[in-house]
Design a protein around this ligand. Structure first.
Ligand SMILES: [Zn+2]
Length: 188
């Protein structure tokens, strides 16, 4: 990285301004008008007006690769990974198993019975006589097992989601530090 030496403007009584830098501190220069110009010492040089750097040159200096840019990249990578991981976690988390429904819809049953033959009504009656709401045991057991593994999965998943959120916040924080706390010093 090249360090641009700050240029100062030394004014002459003739109105011309001569560019000087710190290597010329304490020297005596000759203005184009012929007058002798004493360049101030290093300490007093700061009092002189500075020559403005051309904006393009300054922009080029600020955009060069440095710790700030490296940290920004790290922050972007971390938060980008967090986003991808979050999307993966979202996409691979199953929905809660649906509880099987066994409740008898009485109105529907009534309408069906109205259109049933005598034999069908009798068959239904014998079935209902065994119990109004018989629960198919196997289906309930399977549902409970699915629910149990679902809860175990979600419990683990919750930890990963929390870790992913923390990672995302860390990434954004790193970017914020690079962007605001490591702002390059203004040349003025
Ligand atoms: Zn002069």
């Amino acid at each position: 990285m090249t360090v641009a030496r700050t240029k100062y403007l030394l004014s002459c009584s003739c109105g011309r301004q001569t560019k000087v830098d710190s290597t010329q501190a304490g020297l005596t220069l000759t203005c184009r008008c012929g007058a002798k110009l004493d360049v101030p010492t290093l300490r007093d040089l700061e009092q002189l007006p500075r020559l403005e750097e051309p904006p393009r040159q300054r922009a080029a200096r600020e955009s060069t690769w440095g710790p700030r840019q490296a940290l920004t990249l790290v922050g972007l990578l971390v938060s980008g990974f967090s986003l991808l991981w979050g999307a993966y976690l979202y996409a691979t988390t199953p929905l809660e198993p649906v509880r099987p429904k066994f409740a008898i819809n009485h109105r529907m049953l009534q309408q069906q019975m109205d259109r049933m033959t005598l034999n069908q009504t009798f068959a239904l009656w014998t079935q209902l006589a065994k119990g109004l709401n018989p629960k198919p045991h196997g289906a309930i057991q399977a549902y409970k097992a699915r629910m149990k593994s679902y809860h175990e999965f979600v419990h683990q998943r919750r930890d990963w989601i929390a870790a992913d959120v923390v990672l995302g916040v860390v990434g954004l924080f790193v970017i914020a530090v690079a962007r605001f706390a490591m702002r390059p010093a203004s040349p003025h």
